[in-house]
Write a protein that binds this ligand. Structure first.
Ligand SMILES: [Zn+2]
Length: 886
């Protein structure tokens, strides 16, 4: 799966959420495996283990009747081997109306609680059992199960399935746990103009009245969450030029925004790359990709039928290189899962990280090696890896491998540790063991466990065997202990040469583990105005101090960077001289990765309260306009927007803020104008302008762009940009802004238009708007689709509207426990990061501290969001103090 990434993490945008689920969310642990299963919406690891100990050889025959209406009807025929019939057995099926239940040929009155059916022991037998459930159910509208969406443009109905972690039972009767793999034979009756897409390709489509009957042959063995079925009048593109047939699907009304040639190009190169790399050919015969609306995440690796969020991968203009690189990267990530996740699957959700880490690692590797985006690792350094560093320095960080007591907690850790720290750790492991050994270990693992489930020990065991080394200490240090270490170069010079060199490793007090790691240490000398590489030495360090004899004798350096070329997952603390060189010579460093790392050192300095934010802003204003590397420019401008975000949060009176915001605004405007003729750069600069403009003069300029007056040479203002402009004008209360929203909605009746209109409306600096929308967001019975509620959450209180946010802050905080209890984890994952109140003042910090002391009964995810908000608020206060102290 791919989560959406955000460029900076001062305040995370909501990533994922779903409608409130109306149930109490207590986790109950079965005392022992023979105890009856806890009566709640989730499945505990103990209950899952008890079930998979008894059940095997699962085959599903699924029959669906879809009409486009709000309900669907279906029959599940479930056959399996049972070890013993000494106790009852449960089958998951969520909120269905059961019409009949047959167990081994006998009609049975369902014992059903709305979450699972309990099959009585006396109806079961040792050996093969067959259960037939006929039922009706409402389509879901929260992005899980069999989601239904009515296209506002043309009234057409689209459906798609999404199951991870455990929502297959919102669509059919199933043992909804990853270690009960099964086969799926599917039959679907659907309206005649629909496409039906599933794991296998249909073998028959027969007309039957107004509908068509689709037949799909039995799949290979899959975990329930990797099976899928999608149906609707989707437009289809096809390409058979590669080894495997490829198709792409999207809604009719947005089909023009899809660039199929790009999709097929990256898909084809990816399939060729992975076949070769893994040494195990792609297993699912055909490669379908479907763009779907209202999707909760970025993309999902259903075997052979991968779903992608429309909002992430549709474009109303030609794609920029950044968009193309992202598309390639996500296609590769989901493709890596076809082997790692779908073919070999984790036994339980504690193994989710290995799935995601590996897919993130392999997705980046494939993007770098099989597409034109050779700098994919640099993009990973600037985005994913920085998020992982930031999160690993929080008090709420966690080891990569953590216990997951029930499906309720399966997605508690869908975060930068699971994705990017894990991926960085695998990259480090590849450096430590060597690329060939790493690949051999992966190949052996896939061959040994294909169509089965595996655990961490199995993966590490395969690598250790290939490397001929014991991986126990490494596993303990990296996977079971949280926190990031810091390394610093400690050296002395005599007679112009390095006379002693030690690499020093330290750890945060709360997470004292020191680790073994292989990195490159490099020294640089000033040559005229340029910092030039003088020496680099690869070293495997462990413990608090490691001497590096290879550095002795090198010229006394102007800059030392102890994680050159980014092999390691470690925070770098520059020595004083190197820090000064970085600041003064940033623009003259030739290697763009090193330049990115030095920018990062400065930014770390800001976030750690060591470098005043205004110094960073000065450096940015002096150096960003000259940055010619497209990927790095994106990184630097992301930090510029984050700087502005901090200034907004601080609410400082006095001349500096006005002057700095104006400086950033002018820089972004001038960058946009100067980039004429270079579409990629121009759109990147204009995107930054949209993120920082707030002066009346600047807003006037924006408004003029809507009228095709005052256009910018070379820049086409497409529908997405029009909405972004209207959003910004509304956010700053520009005269006439509400009318612009209305007029634009009349022009653009699309789904994305409706979402953009909500974002613009709720962001207005108007207390009445805030009250109304906060009411809608927290009304768990609202008729508004959840995707809209989530949009509203993310836009309600922009950083500069601190006074308005403060009006509801105490109330929001007080209501948190009640909301957490009533709404499900998917809702809270969006609510927490957006609406737990921070204020960048000692008072707001104290308020959060008091809440963290008193609110001890929150769900794990919400508690973490509370503590993260507290820590980020403390950080904001620290940045403010550092800036105003001078
Ligand atoms: Zn993934």
């Amino acid at each position: 799966m791919n989560r959406f990434r955000t460029r900076f993490n001062a305040r995370l945008l909501p990533l994922a959420a779903a409608t409130a689920l109306a149930f109490a969310s207590t986790v109950t642990h079965a005392a022992e495996t023979t105890a009856p299963r806890a009566e709640n919406a989730f499945l505990s690891q103990l209950d899952a283990a008890a079930r998979s100990a008894r059940v095997s050889n699962v085959d599903y025959v699924l029959d669906f009747t879809l009409t486009g209406k709000e309900n669907f009807s279906a029959t599940t025929t479930l056959a399996f081997d049972l070890k013993d019939n000494g106790a009852a057995l449960t089958v998951d099926l969520d909120k269905a109306t059961i019409k009949s239940l047959k167990v081994n040929g006998k009609d049975v009155t369902p014992q059903y609680n709305g979450w699972f059916i309990t099959l009585a022991a006396q109806d079961l037998k040792q050996g093969r059992n067959t259960v037939v459930v006929a039922y009706e159910r409402a389509h879901s509208t929260n992005g899980e199960g069999l989601h239904r969406m009515v296209d506002p443009v043309d009234g057409r109905v689209y459906t798609y399935s999404h199951f991870e972690p455990a929502a297959a039972h919102q669509m059919f009767a199933v043992f909804d746990q990853p270690d009960l793999k099964g086969t799926y034979q599917v039959n679907v009756s659907a309206p005649a103009d629909w496409q039906v897409i599933s794991t296998t390709r249909e073998t028959r489509v027969a007309a039957s009245g107004d509908s068509k009957r689709w037949t799909f042959p039995k799949t290979k063995k899959l975990s329930p969450y990797n099976f899928s079925m999608h149906a609707g009048p989707y437009k289809m593109w096809e390409d058979r030029s590669g080894k495997y047939p490829m198709r792409l699907f999207a809604r009719q009304s947005v089909a023009q925004q899809v660039k199929p040639a790009e999709w097929f190009k990256y898909t084809k190169s990816g399939l060729a790359f992975f076949d070769e790399y893994f040494g195990v050919p792609y297993q699912f015969g055909k490669y379908d990709q479907i763009l779907v609306p209202d999707f909760l995440y970025g993309a999902m690796e259903n075997a052979g039928a991968i779903t992608f969020a429309e909002r992430g991968f549709m474009y109303k203009a030609d794609m920029t290189d950044e968009q193309r690189a992202r598309l390639a990267g996500v296609i590769m990530h989901e493709m890596a899962h076809q082997w790692f996740g779908d073919l070999v699957t984790m036994q339980w959700w504690n193994g989710l990280w290995l799935n995601e880490s590996f897919a993130s690692f392999m997705g980046t590797l494939a993007t770098a090696e099989a597409t034109e985006f050779k700098d994919a690792w640099r993009a990973f350094y600037s985005e994913g890896k920085q998020q992982a560093y930031a999160q690993d320095q929080r008090s709420t960080t966690h080891p990569i491998e953590v216990p997951v007591p029930s499906t309720q907690n399966a997605f508690d850790n869908i975060d930068a540790i699971t994705y990017s720290k894990g991926a960085s750790t695998l990259m480090q492991l590849r450096h430590l063991l060597g690329a060939d050994v790493f690949r051999k270990g992966v190949h052996n693992y896939l061959v040994k466990y294909q169509y089965k489930n595996a655990r961490l020990e199995d993966f590490i065991g395969s690598l250790g065997q290939a490397a001929g080394r014991d991986m126990k200490d490494w596993t303990q240090q990296w996977l079971y202990q949280a926190g990031v270490n810091t390394i610093a170069a400690n050296y002395s010079c005599a007679a112009g040469k390095i006379s002693a060199f030690t690499l020093q490793q330290s750890a945060a007090r709360e997470f004292p583990t020191l680790r073994e790691q292989r990195v490159q240490v490099a020294s640089f000398r000033l040559d005229g105005q340029q910092l030039k590489l003088d020496r680099k030495v690869a070293v495997t360090y462990k413990g608090a101090a490691t001497t590096v004899p290879g550095m002795v004798g090198a010229a006394c350096p102007d800059l030392v960077y102890p994680n050159y070329e980014d092999w390691g997952f470690v925070k770098v603390q520059l020595d004083g001289r190197s820090f000064d060189s970085a600041r003064e010579r940033l623009g003259s460093v030739g290697d763009p990765l090193l330049r990115a790392m030095l920018w990062q050192s400065l930014w770390d300095g800001v976030r750690d309260g060591k470098l005043p934010l205004n110094d960073f802003i000065t450096t940015a204003v002096n150096n960003a306009p000259g940055e010619k590397d497209y990927t790095l420019l994106g990184d630097v401008l992301g930090k510029v927007v984050a700087s502005r975000h901090y200034l907004d949060l601080m609410h400082l009176d006095g001349p500096y803020t006005a002057q700095a915001t104006r400086q950033l605004e002018d820089m972004a405007w001038n960058g946009t104008v100067a980039a004429k003729g270079n579409d990629n750069f121009q759109r990147r600069w204009f995107g930054t302008y949209l993120g920082v403009v707030s002066s009346r003069h600047g807003l006037d300029r924006l408004a003029a762009l809507l009228d095709d007056k005052g256009g910018i040479d070379g820049l086409a203002i497409n529908q997405d940009l029009r909405w972004a402009i209207i959003g910004r004008l509304n956010r700053y209360g520009y005269p006439g802004a509400p009318a612009l929203v209305e007029a634009e909605q009349a022009r653009d009746k699309s789904d994305t238009g409706a979402a953009a209109a909500i974002a613009a409306t709720v962001s207005r600096p108007d207390p009445a708007v805030k009250t109304e929308w906060l009411g809608t967001i927290t009304d768990l019975q609202t008729k508004l689709p959840f995707s809209r509620v989530r949009t509203a959450m993310g836009s309600l209180y922009p950083a500069e509207q601190g006074a308005l946010a403060e009006q509801s802050a105490a109330q929001r905080l007080a209501r948190l426990p009640e909301l957490d209890k009533a709404a499900g984890p998917v809702y809270m994952r969006a609510y927490g990061p957006s609406l737990i109140p921070a204020g960048c003042t000692p008072a707001s910090v104290a308020r959060l501290q008091a809440a963290s002391t008193s609110m001890t009964a929150l769900s794990a995810g919400t508690r973490r969001a509370l503590l993260d908000t507290l820590q980020e608020d403390q950080r904001c206060v620290l940045i403010k103090q550092t800036m105003t102290a001078k």
